[in-house]
Design a protein around this ligand. Structure first.
Ligand code: IMP
Ligand code: MG
Length: 175
């Protein structure tokens, strides 16, 4: 595995995100909604650097089976009430953009005062939607990455760094 971003670089990226969010919202109360499961590490690190009164909720989506895209399902039962609130939707990576677009659309229908998005990573040249998240820590090349919350088949989320998954890392298929 090739390391793309080490722990120090990731921490600097999260610091940048937090600074931008703190400057944008000041003392205004904010509601953060993290997309499970990929955003958990980013959420844990980011929210401790935010200075305004904060509520934290989660929404669950799943769209990937391995590296192939499957149908998107959204479970919003644990999201918190966002009507009349300033809200930031947090995810690990903006790839095609379809996931965040669908979740953002669902959230807009619940009547937040404002809704913005923050992601750790934006994968260059992959987007299928026209809008972009307001807060992005890193633009990365079009490679499949794991670690710092991102998985391949639910593994590797615990790596403290971000690595490119190479074909030699995949178990050979035997049947
Ligand atoms: P999108 O809908 O194509 O933007 O995909 C967003 C979701 O796909 C992310 O929340 C991730 O869970 C997953 N994903 C996209 N690219 C990668 C990757 O390189 N590594 C791991 N997960 C990824
Ligand atoms: Mg995800």
């Amino acid at each position: 595995m090739k390391i793309l971003l080490n722990e120090k670089q990731l921490n600097e990226g999260v610091e940048r995100l937090a600074k931008e969010i703190n400057e944008t919202y000041g003392d205004k109360p904010l509601t953060i909604v993290g997309v499970l499961t990929g955003s958990v590490i980013l959420m844990a690190d980011l929210i401790r650097k935010l200075e305004m009164p904060l509520r934290v909720g989660v929404v669950q989506t799943s769209s990937y089976q391995g590296t192939d895209r499957g149908a998107l399902t959204i479970n919003a039962e644990m999201m918190l009430d966002i009507a009349g609130r300033d809200v930031i939707l947090i995810d690990d990576i903006f790839d095609t953009g379809n996931t965040l677009e669908e979740v953002a659309q669902l959230m807009k229908d619940l009547g937040p005062t404002s809704l913005k998005s923050a992601v750790l990573l934006l994968k260059t040249g992959r987007q299928q939607v026209t809008w972009r998240p307001e807060f992005v820590a890193f633009d990365i090349p079009d490679e499949f990455v794991v670690g710092y919350g991102l998985d391949f088949n639910d593994e590797y989320r615990n790596l403290p760094y971000l690595a490119c998954l190479e074909p030699s890392d995949l178990p050979s298929i035997s049947n």
